[in-house]
Write a protein of this length. Structure first.
Length: 139
């Protein structure tokens, strides 16, 4: 925590120092704030890499310790779905996987012979050249 706090305080102090220097040069308060943030970021990337790496490693170690204390993540929904599929497979129910593929799935025997014939136009809906059709930005 010490490294992270030190890194944050140094970056904030650097931003304040740069903002103050830029406002003394009559850059403008808002523009000085933006420029100070950019310059402070570049300086911290170039010169504070050891402190940043130490803070990041400390943060990573703390996160790993928290993850160990919590234990493994268990997705209860996935466990329930797996149990349902296992029960269906054990009971020999047909179509255990086809219902997961979507409502329009016809099962493993579906092929080109089961597809609808699209040679005839659909008379229930108007075509693109008929006046009842709403397209694109006309909606």
């Amino acid at each position: 925590m010490r490294q992270f706090l030190l890194y944050a305080v140094i970056r904030l102090g650097l931003w304040i120092l740069l903002w103050w220097a830029l406002t003394l040069l009559d850059v403008g308060v808002m523009l000085a704030g933006v420029l100070a943030a950019l310059i402070a970021m570049l300086i911290s990337i170039l010169f504070l890499d050891r402190l940043r790496d130490a803070a990041a490693m400390r943060w990573k170690a703390a996160d790993e310790r928290r993850a160990e204390r919590r234990g493994p993540d268990i997705d209860e929904d996935a466990e329930y779905e797996d149990a349902m599929l296992d029960d269906a497979a054990r009971n020999g129910e047909a179509g255990t996987g086809s219902d997961l593929r979507g409502a329009g799935a016809a099962g493993p025997a579906a092929g080109p012979a089961q597809l609808p014939d699209l040679d005839e136009p659909d008379h229930d809906q108007p075509g693109p050249d008929q006046p009842g059709q709403v397209r694109g930005s006309d909606r």
